[in-house]
Design a binder for this molecule. Structure first.
Ligand code: HEC
Length: 101
């Protein structure tokens, strides 16, 4: 885990600074909350959790907002998205969209 964070920080050093802050915040949240189910990159093939890496940021952002306002139903994701702020959602979408699937 430590090595993953160090490597990511090095990679982020080459990304543009404004983006880096957003992506880093998203990564911290993803590692703490989402990765248990969605994995850092791709969950194992038979896992019931959809992969998020490399998905369109706008898609991820709207999916999370739909889970938050419960226009998209999922007991698990409604509970999780309910505690996310707009900034969290933006950061998470930016982070996952930047990951190579
Ligand atoms: C306890 C397991 C669990 C955790 C933790 C979790 N998810 Fe999910 N997530 C799911 C499941 C199950 C689905 C599929 C739900 C459905 O059928 O809509 C899903 C679906 C999604 C989708 C929709 C993907 C698609 O293909 O449309 C997004 C986006 C998503 N999760 C983002 C997140 C983010 C961001 C976090 C962290 C804040 C997170 N999830 C944490 C289990 C989890």
């Amino acid at each position: 885990m430590k090595r993953f964070i160090v490597a990511s920080l090095l990679l982020l050093g080459f990304a543009s600074n404004a983006n880096a802050a957003v992506i880093f915040a998203g990564q911290a949240k993803a590692a703490a909350v989402c990765s248990q189910c969605h994995g850092i990159k791709t969950p194992s093939a038979d896992a019931p959790f959809p992969s998020l890496a490399g998905r369109d940021a706008a898609y991820l952002e709207s999916a999370l907002k739909q889970y938050r306002d419960k226009t998209r139903k999922s007991d698990i994701m409604n509970a999780i998205a309910g505690s996310l702020s707009d900034a969290d959602i933006h950061n998470l979408a930016a982070y996952y969209s930047q990951q190579k699937p």
